[in-house]
Design a protein. Sequence first.
Length: 108
Amino acid sequence: MSSSGEALQILGRLRYGEDFAALAREKSTGATAADGGSMGKVDPATLRRELREALQGVGPGQVSAPVEIPSGYAILKVVAEAPCREMRMRFASTKIPGMAATGSAFAS
């Protein structure tokens, strides 16, 4: 975003429930625009000082106020880290008895 007015307009749209990723694809001029603004997992300590300050008190699912950066204005959204999906393998004990929790164990 090139102006504070445009950034405030976009912030208003976000607060009315518009999708952050869709707006980022439409309005962002940054390198992450095609990815819906996603920067991936980022350590806040690696961000510019003004971005770290803008994120103070912003929790998962929330957006920051517009912040001026050298290339224009940015609005940041904190996304909760997705929980790991536990993969479970299921075996029918009648088909693979050695994998079942019941039955006999042999040691030699």
